[in-house]
Design a protein around this ligand. Structure first.
Ligand code: OFO
Length: 169
């Protein structure tokens, strides 16, 4: 049976992963309206992954005898200033998520909940990959320069294929 403190922090993470998903959906929608179909596709895929992360928490809490609660989500921004700023915001958001996963690690260690400590390791590795993938995009954007967004938009999906293996369910 999951402890209440662990159940609560995992429920908090449901909200954060779900918000990540709608934030990336909002970014994808904005990028699509600006003609960046490749960037939009990358963000739609990212939103799907975040939904899957949220569902992993839902299943885990319920499997351990807790109750996963689906929250209301804050409305994400609907406009973004430009593509480089958008990816800086993605990185910043991922760093925030990493911090929040680390808080779960610290809490379950303190509570001696070794099953959750073991389970959460998948997210620890996932965050390393996600931050690296976004950093790679930011680096490429810097190389390409904002005058060549056509090329960047065309190639972004191949970056994901090389750099970020699809997360497993
Ligand atoms: Fe991108 O983060 Fe989920 O975990």
């Amino acid at each position: 049976m999951i402890k209440k403190s662990v159940e609560d922090i995992c429920n908090r993470q449901i909200q954060r992963e779900g918000y990540s998903s709608i934030l990336y959906l909002a970014m994808a929608s904005w990028a699509e309206t600006k003609g960046y179909s490749g960037i939009a596709a990358w963000l739609y895929q990212q939103a799907e992954e975040e939904k899957m992360h949220m569902l992993k928490f839902v299943s885990y809490i319920n499997e351990r005898g807790g109750h996963a609660i689906l929250p209301a989500f804050e409305q994400p921004p609907s406009t973004f200033s430009d593509i480089p700023t958008l990816f800086d915001q993605v990185l910043e958001h991922e760093q925030y998520i990493t911090e929040s996963i680390n808080e779960i690690v610290a809490m379950v260690s303190k509570e001696k909940d070794f099953a959750t400590l073991n389970w959460i390791q998948w997210f620890v590795s996932e965050q390393v990959e996600e931050e690296a993938a976004v950093q790679e995009i930011i680096d490429k954007l810097r190389l390409v320069g904002t005058h060549n967004m056509y090329m960047f938009d065309r190639d972004i999906l191949s970056l994901r294929a090389e750099g970020e293996p699809e997360a497993e369910g």
